[in-house]
Design a protein around this ligand. Structure first.
Ligand SMILES: Cc1ncc(COP(=O)(O)O)c(C=O)c1O
Length: 296
């Protein structure tokens, strides 16, 4: 809901939102629904590439369109699992500041870090950044409680817009979230959950080489829920999706995470839900499906 309100507030129909390539499918649906134009910015293993961001800004402007927002998931991106490096964050912030583009930092996975020190939020570098937080990955997605950290003027307008759109977010859900945060040792619970996620991610990464066609590559996330794989030239993620579905396994083909239908050789593997045993079994089945895919 936070992203919908922010997009509605900042982006008239036709205004452009820049986002990572690939990006969260829920965000794509939001932007399409509000008639914002979505343009992707190239990433590498360190996240958004500053030079690619500058290039995209120039291209979009040259086409006569106005860029309103940069939507980014800098920590353990959904779907890529990639984290924007600490070194790049000031540069990205500076590029957007100079170009008059507001950054929307979506941070639901930030606390789901397997090890190491947290990377400072982009918001900590620039108070004009709009930060979206969520209870979904640290408590429960079902309660649908999140928050926006924004400059006061933006916050006040967001409150009005929220009131006009949904009257008010569920009081019951907010009380549940408050009771959880105040009454439980949620940090310890989260550490236990993270240890489970880490074990699942390690299991997935250990067995993935045998499960994908030779020549595939993939990300190695240090947090979050997802690994992003790229199949070799000539292989189709849609075909693999169909074959592995016949084996009773679900993965998501990459094109869902691009507004322009690219990502034909890419796919998202999720490790958050299944146990290590189930992940091993799922990968055995993926291996069978990959063998049937045939290698050109
Ligand atoms: C990047 C990203 N943002 C937001 C959400 C959803 O957050 P919420 O449940 O608070 O709407 C998700 C959930 O999958 C996500 O991956």
């Amino acid at each position: 809901m936070g992203l919908e309100l922010v997009t509605a507030m900042f982006c008239d129909p036709g205004g452009v939102v820049l986002a990572e390539a690939p990006t969260y499918v829920g965000a794509i649906i939001t932007f399409v629904g509000l008639e914002a134009g979505l343009e992707h910015v190239e990433c590498d293993e360190n996240g958004l590439i500053p030079a690619a961001l500058e290039r995209r800004i120039d291209e979009v402007r040259a086409s006569g369109r106005t860029i309103k927002l940069l939507y980014t998931i800098p920590n353990f991106n959904n779907p890529s699992g990639i984290t924007l490096s600490a070194e790049r964050r000031p540069r990205i912030t500076e590029i957007c500041r100079r170009a008059g583009i507001t950054i929307v930092e979506d941070g639901p996975y930030g606390l789901v870090r397997f090890d190491g020190e947290p990377t400072p939020a982009i918001r900590s570098l620039d108070p004009s950044v709009l930060y979206l937080g969520s209870m979904s990955k640290i408590f429960s997605p079902g309660i649908r409680v999140g928050w926006v950290i924004a400059p006061r003027a933006v916050r006040e307008r967001l409150q009005l817009l929220s009131e006009a759109t949904i009257i008010r977010p569920s009081i019951f859900s907010q009380h549940l979230a408050l009771a959880y945060l105040r009454g439980f040792d949620w940090r310890s619970t989260l550490q236990t959950t993270i240890a489970n996620y880490r074990e699942r991610a390690e299991t997935l990464l250990e067995h993935l080489p045998a499960a994908l066609p030779a020549g595939s590559t993939w990300t190695r996330p240090s947090g979050g829920f997802f690994v992003w794989a790229t199949l070799p030239e000539g292989c189709s993620a849609d075909d693999l999706f169909t074959l592995v579905a016949e084996e009773g396994v679900v993965l998501i083909a990459g094109s869902s995470f691009y507004a322009d239908g690219s990502g034909q050789r890419e796919l998202r593997l999720s490790f958050s839900l299944e146990s290590p045993e189930q992940i091993r079994e799922g990968l055995r089945r993926l291996g069978r499906a990959s063998a049937r895919l045939g290698h050109p």
